[in-house]
Write a protein that binds this ligand. Structure first.
Ligand SMILES: NC(=O)c1ccc[n+]([C@@H]2O[C@H](COP(=O)([O-])OP(=O)(O)OC[C@H]3O[C@@H](n4cnc5c(N)ncnc54)[C@H](O)[C@@H]3O)[C@@H](O)[C@H]2O)c1
Ligand SMILES: [Zn+2]
Length: 389
């Protein structure tokens, strides 16, 4: 049986000012506008099957390919820019493959610590200094091998080292494959909060190798599934009928289509925040271990309950949210430990959301798809909280 592999091309709208070093022809690619169709038209994410499994590294314009499937990490040498002299492989010690990976050019492996603390300016400085010491120049390439922590950190180092060098991403967690590694957001944390320093910097290519997920701890898998559940409501109506590889490719396609139309996160891109308004509040309030995807899963149910109370969706659609979340074995209610966090605390935290630049904005489902909504009455927000307790 043929190995199931997909290639999703991310084509960025030329209207944005940002550009990576490989961007040759801003705005030249007409299909960029095609890919930028609105979400409603993305009811069935189209994923082109890469039948002969040949990799075509992106060359012209501001586009790059995301390869998805078992074993695609073997393409690393092919997707590394042809003129790169050396590769700086940034990874974590427990992700063994980086040590043996074939980059075809000389490489150095730089390990970073595990966990959110690795996403720090201290680590950025340390990596940059180690790269200088080893003589890396602007014509070289960074290869990020790891979860979202590594891809965010390594992507940011790529954005700032020598004012920006190319990078290839090999995301190794489900969350990084369907979310963190796609879209060009890179960055690190400050003691004051997460992701407060960063840059938009697009990768040269992304390799989502589904074989890498086999060693992923159960909770890390569940965290990615929370994001996957979100995509069911962003045009991925038929995700439940797909294999894991196909599903990851379809999720990448959905994110790529949104990002293509809104690289710098203005209006369109906020739909990717579906389920995150309450999700972030729960994460902030919870002083116990709750993975991001689990908080998002509860946030999805909450968003559906709010949308139902606003008359935007039917009770049946709320049940569909429950079915999808349940199919990933993710939580649907605030955990019991959460009882001490009253409605007032959660509402205050939602208002403080970093993305709530114009007041408390929810992203809510409707018969027209998911759209931003402002000015939701507080009584509805409280009532919907009762529904998830
Ligand atoms: N840039 C974006 O658009 C974006 C989007 C979503 C999330 N993020 C960021 O992503 C981060 C979370 O990423 P994450 O959930 O992947 O966590 P993570 O990177 O911390 O990885 C989770 C754990 O799994 C381990 N691991 C990674 N790959 C493995 C493998 N194949 N086998 C076994 N263990 C493996 C890691 O070493 C780590 O211990 C957050 O910092 C978040 O802010 C960024
Ligand atoms: Zn998320």
């Amino acid at each position: 049986m043929a190995v199931e592999r997909y290639t999703v091309r991310v084509v960025l709208d030329g209207s944005s000012a940002s550009s990576g070093p490989s961007s040759a022809a801003l705005g030249e690619n007409a299909s960029a506008r095609g890919a930028a169709s609105n979400l409603k038209q993305q009811q069935k994410p189209s994923v082109s099957q890469d039948k002969n499994t040949k990799v075509s590294p992106s060359t012209a314009g501001r586009s790059y390919d995301v390869h998805v499937g078992p074993g695609v990490r073997q393409y690393l040498a092919e997707v590394i820019p042809a003129d790169a002299q050396r590769a700086a492989v940034i990874t974590q010690a427990n992700i063994g493959w980086a040590v043996e990976c074939d980059t075809s050019i000389p490489r150095s492996v730089f390990n970073v610590p595990d966990g959110e603390q690795a996403k720090s300016l201290t680590q950025v400085e340390s990596l940059c200094r180690r790269m200088v010491a080893e003589g890396f120049t602007r014509s070289d390439v960074i290869v990020a091998v790891g979860g979202g922590v590594v891809t965010d950190l390594a992507g940011f180092v790529a954005a700032v080292y020598h004012r920006g060098i190319r990078f290839v991403s090999v995301p190794t967690t489900l969350l990084a494959q369907v979310d963190a590694a796609i879209g060009g957001k890179t960055g690190v944390n400050l003691p004051e909060g997460k992701n407060l320093v960063g840059a938009f910097w697009q990768p040269h290519a992304v390799l989502c190798d589904t074989d890498m997920l086999e060693t992923l701890p159960e909770r890390e898998l569940r965290s990615g599934q929370g994001e996957m559940a979100k995509y069911h409501f962003l045009g991925g109506d038929d995700l439940h009928t797909m294999s894991l590889t196909q599903r990851i490719a379809a999720a990448v396609q959905i994110k790529a289509d949104v990002v293509a139309s809104d690289e710098r996160e203005s209006d369109r891109r906020v739909v990717l925040n579906y389920g995150h308004t309450l999700g972030h509040a729960i994460e902030t309030a919870a002083h116990y271990d709750l993975r991001h995807g689990e908080a998002v899963a509860i946030g999805l149910i909450y968003a559906a309950e709010v949308a139902f109370r606003l008359g935007r969706i039917s009770r049946k659609r709320v049940e569909e949210h429950r079915e999808v979340v349940a199919s990933y074995n993710l939580p649907m209610k605030l955990p019991a430990e959460h009882a001490k966090h009253g409605d007032n605390e959660l509402l205050a935290l939602m208002r403080r959301d970093k993305k709530a630049t114009k007041g408390l904005t929810f992203v809510l489902d409707s018969s027209e798809g998911v759209t931003p909504v402002m000015g939701v009455p507080e009584s509805i927000l409280r009532d919907a909280l009762a529904a998830i307790r």
